[in-house]
Design a protein around this ligand. Sequence first.
Ligand code: MRU
Length: 363
Amino acid sequence: MNIWGRHYRTIWPTAERSVQVIDQTRLPFEFVTLELRSLEQVAQAIRTMVVRGAPLIGAAAAYGIALAMQTDASDRALDEALRALQTTRPTAQNLSWALARMRAVVSRAAADARADTAFREAGLICDEDVEQCRCIGIHALPLVRQLAESVARPVNILTHCNAGWLACVDWGTALAPIYMAHDAGIAVHVWVDETRPRNQGAALTAFELAAHAVPHTVIADNLGGLLMQRGQVDLVLVGSDRTTASGEVCNKVGTYLKALAAHDNGVPFYAALPASTIDWSLEHGADIPIEERPASELTHVTGRGPSGAVENVRVVAEGSPVLNLAFDVTPARLVTGLITERGVCAASAAGLQSLYPQRRAAS
Ligand code: MRU
């Protein structure tokens, strides 16, 4: 993705064998990169959402293993690094997927080759994510094109949270087809859910779309239903943090309510995700661990004050208890289709198996 004329990925290794990331907690007010030099710094960056979004969490964790192996390449250090990273964010399947892959590859290497092996594998994970997101965009583009042909105005697409390039290594999942449609001259307009409590929509998706000059409007999380009733949403496109083998879609909290509204109003609802997001071991969305995040994310909001300084202010009265569950699960019956790097399928075990015949749901 280009930011002010320069191409960026969200994560990249440096010549000094550290890792550079974009600090997403500073966006949209400041575009700042941050150097991570140790396992602990990577784990902290994931936990505090300096890096976030399911595919990027997986990619960052892979580099966390590489940094750990640079310090100590023993089996014990590998196990400890895997454990430390696994607990950073419990919901995104890409984290477990990347760690399992790193464990398999790194544990086979001799101790003196483990750091090199791990850096190489982390780089492959990043390259593959870029390619998978590009393919997701290509597979979803006809959906947008068809809608464009049936409406005599820009296609209105509603998205929730941030499933763009900032959530991945490049391109994004749900936003990849939007960028491709825009680049192909198809008129699109994006309704961007603000996505309380952390405002990934308002802070990140709007930033991305603006940087790519894609027309968009930020809306309150609760406006989507009315817009759908008024015929102002042609398509809902979201990402996923974990999709079960039966096609249930876990994504940022609030996604389920958008799916219900879309279903009630006959608006197609698609989730875009790479294979690394599919949890083949789970059939029921209710079994997905839902991350509970600090209450302060709800009681406070961050923004730029009149002085120009970025401030964090309280919006909930002192003493009121709050509950900050970060994800919800959309049942497969509400999902029109899943868009993966292999194509579009029904949100069902049969649909997923048509694209991934070698995989079988664990029953
Ligand atoms: O808590 P976050 O910001 O990591 O959650 C991100 C999302 O929910 C995204 O929609 C999801 O990771 C899809 S990834 C392209």
